[in-house]
Design a protein around this ligand. Structure first.
Ligand SMILES: CC(C)(COP(=O)(O)OP(=O)(O)OC[C@H]1O[C@@H](n2cnc3c(N)ncnc32)[C@H](O)[C@@H]1OP(=O)(O)O)[C@@H](O)C(=O)NCCC(=O)NCCS
Length: 243
């Protein structure tokens, strides 16, 4: 795309996304690992990562006992279809290694929680909306929209080798390559490890909620999160490089 011409994230075309991705891919080099933009041919592999690792292992999903249902699958698929999400695939076997999913967040947008049938998913979203509200991202940055970092996952056997950090960086780079004059990323870290990454990569901490303090109707629904004690909300202003 021509630099600095886009005024809204929502106006990015499929071609803009492909071009920004190609620029990111050119700079990417991990032997044996392929960086892909999640498009139609990769939906299934991305959903596999979601079903096998993100749903069972992410601290909030775990605490609420989230199950992978058809509703969950459609929930994730709608975001993948934006073609803003990245995945690492083993070059030799084609096995999915990691994803960093991204969608678009807008000021004032509302999701009717009653439309969510899966109880645990509804309660997780209720918690996230509560934190979003407290964090006040849009007022803090004086913006009406942002790229929103959703799920980050690495399949178990590839963890603790820097893959999450690398795919996180690639996702920020891809956003940089859209060439906006001014654009922001909104994100949340629910695990100690993802929080480390956000902070290492220079994201600002806007808000922190401790899981065991979160109260709904006199109950404290987020328990047993082990070493992961809080969720932090982050923001980042993307600047033109840096490398
Ligand atoms: C969170 C997750 C994506 C991290 O993936 P990863 O590839 O192992 O992460 P990295 O190797 O890039 O490590 C990031 C940091 O966390 C640390 N870390 C990762 N796993 C760790 C573990 N099991 N124990 C202690 N530290 C760990 C790393 O040492 C690194 O810290 P450093 O930069 O100070 O060295 C992965 O654990 C996962 O998929 N968890 C389940 C889903 C989830 O919780 N997602 C986060 C939602 S916001």
């Amino acid at each position: 795309m021509e630099s600095n011409k886009k005024v809204s994230i929502k106006l990015l075309t499929r071609e803009d996304k492909q071009q920004a991705f190609e620029k990111t891919r050119e700079q990417f080099d991990i032997p044996g690992v392929k960086l892909v933009l999640i498009t139609e041919e990769y939906y299934e592999k991305a959903l596999e990562l979601c079903r096998d690792y993100f749903v069972p292992d992410e601290p909030l999903n775990k605490a609420f006992g989230l199950q992978y249902t058809e509703e969950m699958e459609s929930f994730w698929l709608q975001f993948l279809k934006l073609h803003l999400s990245l995945m690492f695939v083993d070059e030799e076997t084609g096995e999915p290694i990691a994803f960093r999913t991204t969608n678009i967040a807008s000021r004032g947008e509302k999701l009717d929680l009653n439309s969510i049938k899966t109880n645990s998913l509804r309660e997780i979203l209720r918690f996230i909306f509560y934190c979003d509200n407290e964090a006040g991202f849009f007022d803090y940055y004086g913006t009406d929209e942002a790229f929103n970092f959703l799920g980050l996952v690495v399949s178990r056997k590839y963890q603790k080798r820097g893959f999450a950090t690398r795919i996180f960086r690639a996702a920020v780079d891809m956003i940089r390559h859209f060439g906006f004059d001014e654009v922001y990323i909104k994100g949340a870290g629910t695990s100690n490890y993802s929080k480390k990454i956000y902070e290492k990569e220079g994201f600002e901490i806007l808000y922190e909620t401790f899981y065991d303090n979160y109260e709904v109707d006199g109950r404290f629904p987020i328990q047993n999160t082990g070493e992961h004690k809080s969720m932090k909300e982050y923001g980042f202003k993307v600047t033109q490089k840096q490398s």
